[in-house]
Write a protein that binds this ligand. Structure first.
Ligand code: NAD
Ligand code: WQD
Length: 400
């Protein structure tokens, strides 16, 4: 139970004002969790916090419930101040150790951590690899050491379908055991024979940073039974909260499909360049697994609960488990465009052009493991993603 006890407990959400983070924070608050957000606003705005507070106040008024606590710390999660922050959420308690001796230890009021903070542009990662590895990998190592010091071991990591690299292009739904970090993870012989595991065909430093991060997490869990670590491999999160108050509003230049289409719809870009119309797919454009960001957000809550319920796998070994968060069905780029045209009631001018370097033609999740083990089921359709995005563009960007 996260919220009972003398002092309130919190879920620490690092990168919690970004696109996926803000939706997850809202969902946590709706579920009654107290949330502590750390974000340096490098790719987000503090207006997101105001909108989260507005939405949760509205939700609690309608439900007649009290508003959970929301703390925000504008901070680089790699900075030394993070130590002081973790300290301020810790109590020193007296415990008896195995030999019956009394000793002092930390008991943290942070019941779980969700770590979103990272740089995520594929193109930028190629020109600035060290900046990417510093934030996405080195920062993670320091964070894990600090969390361990304060006895915080329930950890959820934002991974990506990009860790499957070239395996995606085989045209089959990707399963978690296509990529294994530890020999003791159960291998499906048939899958293993079809696809070798390991960092095969990872196309850019961003992809490798997520692969390295996962490997570090798997090794960390293998060495200390206290850890409960989940890596959530997101496929293509799109859409936004139906209120229209939260959405994808990065400071960085838009390069992903939906943010680019949003710019076409709002008139800041004349047309959509469609990268590749010669893939062997039903209409020649690439197939992706678009999953509603609120479904993705709910996946984090399932993962926190799953972690909390885990017993050690075997003596001396903690838990590391990867889960795909995808809808399990493929949509082509042209089908995505059509769903947005239908939602907006306007046409999206297209320019069919060559393939983008490093792209794969097909990338779809098997969501079986998340369904079976986390009890997580994607609820929203691609059509709903389009409606919610258009609603956001109208309300937040003043579109008529
Ligand atoms: P985002 O850029 O919108 O959010 C990341 C947030 O982290 C931002 O608010 C940013 O200001 C903050 N941040 C970054 N570095 C920080 C630091 N050093 N200290 C404190 N705050 C920092 O990105 P997103 O789309 O919400 O993605 C969240 C996570 O999910 C990332 O790790 C990303 O790699 C991963 N991911 C995203 C997608 C996607 O399509 N959006 C897909 C797969 C995986
Ligand atoms: C989808 C499809 C493009 C823009 C990337 C990262 C992945 C994850 C999600 C973070 C592709 C096509 C796009 C455009 C287009 N991010 N497209 N015109 O490439 O599946 O995945 O974002 O982890 O790691 O690699 O997503 O939205 O960029 O592209 O035709 O202007 O849309 O070529 O086929 P992708 P995307």
């Amino acid at each position: 139970d996260w919220t009972d006890g003398a002092s309130p407990t919190f879920i620490l959400v690092i990168g919690g004002l970004g696109y996926i983070g803000s939706h997850t924070v809202l969902e946590l608050l709706r579920e009654g969790y107290n949330v502590c957000i750390v974000d340096n606003l490098g790719n987000s705005f503090d207006s997101v916090l105001i909108n989260i507070k507005t939405l949760i106040a509205r939700h609690c008024r309608e439900k007649g419930s009290s508003v959970p606590l929301i703390h925000f710390h504008r901070l680089d999660y790699r900075s030394r101040s993070m130590r002081f922050l973790l300290d301020s959420y810790s109590d020193v308690v007296r415990i008896k150790d195995a030999s019956g001796k009394q000793r002092l230890t930390y008991r943290s009021r942070i019941a779980g951590v969700i770590h979103f903070a990272a740089y995520k542009s594929v193109a930028e990662s190629i020109t600035e690899p060290l900046r990417y590895y510093q934030n996405n990998v080195c920062g993670l190592v320091t964070l894990l050491q600090r969390l361990n010091h304060y006895g915080i071991h329930n950890f959820i990591f934002s991974s990506s379908a990009t860790v499957y690299g070239a395996m995606a292009s085989a045209g089959l739904p990707l399963r978690e055991d296509n990529l294994l970090h530890q020999p003791e993870e159960i291998v499906d012989e048939e899958v293993a024979a079809r696809q070798p595991s390991g960092p095969m065909g990872l196309t850019c430093p961003y992809a490798r940073s997520k692969y390295f991060a996962e490997a570090i997490l798997a090794d960390t869990a293998a060495a200390n039974p206290a850890w409960r670590i989940v890596a959530l491999r997101y496929f293509n999160p799109v859409g936004c909260d139906p209120s229209g108050l939260l959405g994808e509003n990065p400071r960085a230049e838009a390069t992903n499909l939906y943010p680019v289409i949003a710019q076409v719809l709002t008139g800041t870009r004349p047309r959509l360049d469609v990268f590749g119309s010669d893939w062997s797919t039903r209409d020649g454009t690439a197939v992706r697994d678009f999953v509603h960001v609120l479904d993705v957000a709910r996946g984090h809550i399932s993962a926190l609960a799953w972690n909390a319920a885990q017993k050690p796998a075997k003596s001396g070994i903690g838990r590391f488990r990867a889960f795909n968060l995808g809808s399990g069905s493929g949509t082509t780029v042209l089908e995505a465009v059509q769903s947005l045209e239908a939602a907006a009631g306007r046409s999206i001018p297209l320019n069919l052009t060559g393939r983008r370097p490093g792209d794969v033609g097909f990338c779809v999740a098997s969501s079986e493991r998340a369904q079976k083990e986390l009890g997580w089921f994607p609820r929203e359709s691609v059509g709903q993603c389009a409606k919610d995005l258009w609603n956001y563009l109208q309300r937040e960007r003043g579109m008529a």
